[in-house]
Design a protein around this ligand. Sequence first.
Ligand SMILES: NC(=O)c1ccc[n+]([C@@H]2O[C@H](COP(=O)([O-])OP(=O)(O)OC[C@H]3O[C@@H](n4cnc5c(N)ncnc54)[C@H](O)[C@@H]3O)[C@@H](O)[C@H]2O)c1
Ligand SMILES: O=C(O)C(=O)C[C@@H](O)[C@H](O)[C@H](O)COP(=O)(O)O
Ligand SMILES: [Zn+2]
Length: 357
Amino acid sequence: MKEIQVQSSSHLYNITIGEAIRFQLKDFIASDYSSVYIVTDESVADLYLQEILENFSETKVSHFIIPAGEKSKNINSFYKLHTHALKNGLDRNSLIIALGGGVVGDLAGFGAATYMRGIDYIQIPTTILAHDSSVGGKVAINHELGKNLIGNFYPPKAVIYDVETLQSLPKKEIRSGYAELVKESLIADKAFFNTIIQTDLQTLTNKQLQEHILVGIKIKASIVESDEKESGIRKFLNLGHTLGHALEAELGYGFLTHGEAVAIGLLFSLHVSEEIYETKMPYLPLIEWLKTNNYPTGMHQLEPDALISKMKTDKKVVNQTIQMVLLKGIGEPTMKEINDHDLKIYLNSFVQRLVGE
Ligand SMILES: NC(=O)c1ccc[n+]([C@@H]2O[C@H](COP(=O)([O-])OP(=O)(O)OC[C@H]3O[C@@H](n4cnc5c(N)ncnc54)[C@H](O)[C@@H]3O)[C@@H](O)[C@H]2O)c1
Ligand SMILES: O=C(O)C(=O)C[C@@H](O)[C@H](O)[C@H](O)COP(=O)(O)O
Ligand SMILES: [Zn+2]
């Protein structure tokens, strides 16, 4: 079992990573909550809800289940989560548990941030991608005009990561989670990047997966600890997301997974970095690795203007101008303001390059 501590602006919390720790939640959760409210999705409920419930035989417990997938991260689910919580008598001393991937984590976390002006919550991530989403306290729901536009910074009381649950993930979700690991490696750790692109996701072992997740969490935790509210270096964790989020919204939530969209966004960031800084970035090794591992790498014939319009909903935009996270080298992230005219040129040359590869 591994433990990483994160100091947030309001409290210190532990990220505990281990196998089968979902059966010993009492070791990690305070016993004086008046009730526990588990939020999960239909697929995760089928696999793990019963086991999680068994931890709370002496506590008043209720649960709320959403349909699986990105489409559920919306205002309707948010409202229903509150309604169900009220009907089940949650008070200010109740605890919300987010059991699932990033969709459940973001929605339940935002529910906790707003229920009666804020109650405690704990993340029990069950996807690889959620090594990222469960840490750092960004909680949100989507607006049809853009990703995560309604939300808050609201750190969890604990993150309990039972990596045994990752064994039931479908291949697509393994790919999706690895895109965020690639992101973390690009912003902070060249050796880690080289390790990942030598990893075949078809034959991934538990040992490799656990090692990679641990490195990723350490990178994420150290960044959010020094810049919780994203006034500075936390923006680097958005590498690949300006285009990634625009693709998710433009194609319709759930068409691409978050990680699939981020993977294309990462390639775009490398492309623009090469153009602007006239430097060689690992564009080719990354696209080869993405293709070998069956990531979608097409742009689905989207209009650059439509994408730029969606990119304008990015929360890093200042005065209607897009600010992209770029790299001067691996481990050397930087912010760059890019006007619409140049952005369109980069998008067009990126599409040409994708078609040519
Ligand atoms: N808050 C943050 O800092 C942050 C960071 C990264 C991503 N995100 C958000 O996270 C979301 C994506 O998260 P995600 O990729 O985990 O998506 P997700 O929560 O939709 O999970 C992906 C799919 O895997 C299924 N699943 C979950 N755990 C499983 C398991 N153990 N076995 C089998 N199936 C399982 C789910 O039912 C779902 O169908 C996006 O909304 C993204 O914006 C937030
Ligand atoms: O934690 C962060 O900060 C991130 O940017 C992590 C991202 O992987 C994540 O997708 C996040 O939700 C994006 O945030 P947003 O502010 O661009 O909505
Ligand atoms: Zn992300």
